[in-house]
Design a protein. Structure first.
Length: 95
């Protein structure tokens, strides 16, 4: 392995470590979302709170911007996460 390839592999391992952290964090988040879904179902609270979603998206986008992340990237990621969270919460109702 030459020096360039070694450096590339080192960087890739660092990215993979960050990815692993992201996956673990998403797993923790799913568990919390399940708890939230049970609470909302038990207390007859709507699963979608558009105002909260919009406010959080603005906060996430601003936070990402302060870290020099493209707003579209942050919006896409958190919109996807939120969409999946709603699906998880709705399955609580069916169980």
């Amino acid at each position: 392995m030459n020096k360039k390839t070694g450096e590339l592999e080192r960087l890739r391992r660092q990215v993979e470590a960050v990815d692993k952290t992201i996956i673990k964090s998403l797993s923790k988040r799913v568990k919390l979302v399940e708890d939230i879904g049970r609470y909302k179902f038990a207390h007859n609270i709507s699963f979608l709170d558009k105002t909260r979603r919009d406010n959080l998206l603005a906060v996430w986008t601003a936070s990402g911007k302060s870290l020099r992340l493209p707003a579209k990237l942050v919006r896409d990621i958190f919109s996807s996460i939120h969409r999946h969270s709603l699906e998880i919460e709705k399955t609580i109702k069916k169980n």
